[in-house]
Ligand binder design. Structure first.
Ligand SMILES: Cc1ncc(COP(=O)(O)O)c(C=O)c1O
Length: 422
């Protein structure tokens, strides 16, 4: 099997004597120094993607923090001119701790609590994406008690089935998110919000799903939305996130610039002139990072399968288990080597389903003790990480020009006891 395709590596990836360097750092040295598992982010890559989004969408470019969030990430996207969206009070807390200006924050969520809404109103959040009639009631009650009037989007579901995994598909009629167009709920919600003194409607929001490769899915959504959105003559239109990224050999995804071209053209074709807002998460963060593991055991089951066990697993990357997502694996000591060995890379959790890469292609000379890497783990890896089996979560490094910043430290064993009562 062929070497790892280069386009799956971060922008500054460089191979010196076979060894992978990212951000001017030898990644095996990083693994030796900071331990494994380890998330390594190429800061230049993150900034390039954020800049591309801002070049394409101006201040309508809003980073979806659920893809990957820590203080340093919130600061990075703000420095590059992006707004940021949060979908819980927890994400809001982190983003505020990072110093993000309130008016650059958008609050999402299909079940926002009164406390979450109250805090958002208190800090003067930029936009609230209203998702239900109950939420309209809650905002009205809070404003009646003295909270400031928010600017809101209404989240609608255009009835489009994006070509992606059903768990990350959100634009279809059968969904917990938003107000349905087909059912008439969206029309009713507009009427409610427009007649309310408690909030100002600035736009319609639609997010049809995540990891979408076919730009025609977005065109379909715009086509469905246009007859509803046009007569409202609102100043903004948010088309959410969802642009796909290549994870494995043979996959190719459109760029943010190409995505923008299609969205703009399609909006223009339907007479939509509102300011475009988008919320890319994966397309900013995913390919910027790789995860480094240490190989602990290699179990050959003759005529069945070879299992390669590493020191992380579903707790640092639940996507293969949740969505059946595919990844590549390679050895950073031999980045460009042929990979003839087919093996299943598994984690250390007490689950047979704890699989990271089902049919990984690896160099034949793989040995216990090797550092093994999975690329394109910058989105929905660390942010979905758990402490299952009381495995401490890995640290996160930002690397750039040979400098290393530990932006999230490794959890220690005592952190696992931090919340227990005596
Ligand atoms: C409302 C909303 N906006 C943006 C995103 C980000 O999507 P992605 O990371 O696929 O760009 C999501 C992801 O689920 C979402 O639900």
């Amino acid at each position: 099997m062929t070497p790892l395709p280069r386009h799956l590596l971060p922008l500054t990836a460089d191979v010196i004597g076979g060894r992978l360097h990212v951000g001017g750092c030898d990644v095996i040295e990083l693994a030796d120094r900071y331990g494994t598992p380890l998330f390594v982010y190429d800061e230049v890559h993150l900034r390039e993607r954020a800049r591309e989004a801002v070049a394409a969408f101006g201040d309508g470019a809003t980073y979806a923090s659920k893809a990957f969030l820590c203080r340093a990430m919130a600061q990075l996207v703000a420095e590059e001119g992006m707004g940021i969206d949060v979908s819980t009070g927890g994400e809001l807390h982190v983003v505020l701790a990072a110093g993000t200006p309130s008016d650059r924050i958008t609050l999402h969520g299909n079940n926002k609590s009164v406390d979450e809404l109250a805090r958002a109103l208190d800090i003067g959040v930029g936009r609230i994406v209203v998702d239900s009639f109950e939420e309209i009631d809650r905002i009205e009650e809070l404003v009646a008690k003295g909270a400031s009037q928010p600017r809101v989007f209404l989240r609608v579901t255009p009835g489009v089935e994006a070509h992606t995994h059903e768990y990350v598909m959100t634009g279809q009629d059968d969904t917990k998110f938003g107000f349905g167009l087909a059912s008439g709920a969206a029309h009713e919600a507009v009427a409610r919000v427009r007649s309310s003194e408690a909030m100002e409607l600035v736009g319609i929001h639609a997010h049809i799903g995540s990891n979408i490769f076919l730009l025609s899915s977005f065109e379909k959504a715009i086509e469905r939305l246009a007859p509803f959105v046009l007569p409202l003559a609102l100043p903004e239109l948010s088309l959410g996130g969802g642009l796909g990224v290549a994870y494995v050999e043979g996959e190719e995804a459109p760029t943010i610039t190409e995505w923008s071209g299609v969205l703009r053209r399609s909006c223009a074709e339907h007479g939509l002139t509102a300011k475009l807002v988008v919320e890319p998460g994966r397309s900013i963060a995913a390919a910027a990072a790789l995860t480094l593991y240490r190989v602990g055991t290699i179990k050959e089951l003759p005529d069945i399968r070879t299992y390669v066990s590493v020191d992380g697993g579903m707790s640092d990357n639940p996507r293969p288990v949740l969505y059946g997502s595919g990844y590549e694996a390679f050895l950073p000591r031999a980045t460009e080597a042929e990979r003839p060995l087919v093996a299943t890379v598994v984690g250390k959790h007490c689950e047979s389903g704890d699989i990271l890469v089902r049919d990984a292609h690896l160099p034949a000379d793989l040995v216990v003790g090797d550092v093994l890497a999975t690329p394109v783990t910058g989105a929905y890896g660390h942010s979905m990480a758990s402490n299952y089996n009381k495995v401490p979560r890995p640290p996160v490094l930002f690397v750039r020009d040979g400098d290393v910043r530990v932006v999230v430290r490794r959890e220690e064993l005592d952190d696992l006891l931090a919340l227990d009562s005596d």
